[in-house]
Write a protein that binds this ligand. Sequence first.
Ligand code: FES
Length: 135
Amino acid sequence: MLTIGEVAKRSGVSVPTLRFYEEKQLIQSIRTNGNQRRYLRGVLRRVAIIKVAQKVGISLAEIQEGFKVLPKDHNPTKADWEQLSKAWQIKLDERITLLMQMKEQMQWCIGCGCLSLEDCPLRNPNDVMAQKKRL
Ligand code: FES
């Protein structure tokens, strides 16, 4: 069992951040009789996954969602990590595709400046105005 200070030192994450993760149910502790937090060593693996996921742009909400499928009675295994990272890789691919589309649309805007709801693809990315006109 590790204290919150030991987890902070070993994971490189601050104590307030660990408390925040626990509040968000990303990690769990056990309370001592004196109401102090104690963590199983596996928490280090969970924190490592959180940090890697955040580094590649996965939000805490998405991490929470991913952790929901993990069994609570054991540390995330290599297979668990593979499952999570594959799912997050798909999300990253989707974001890259969206960003590439937006980058391409921005070509229209450079030097234009109209910011028109009808004509600007960035103001009206899903052509909402056209859909409204059809209704
Ligand atoms: S600013 Fe004119 S098309 Fe976007």
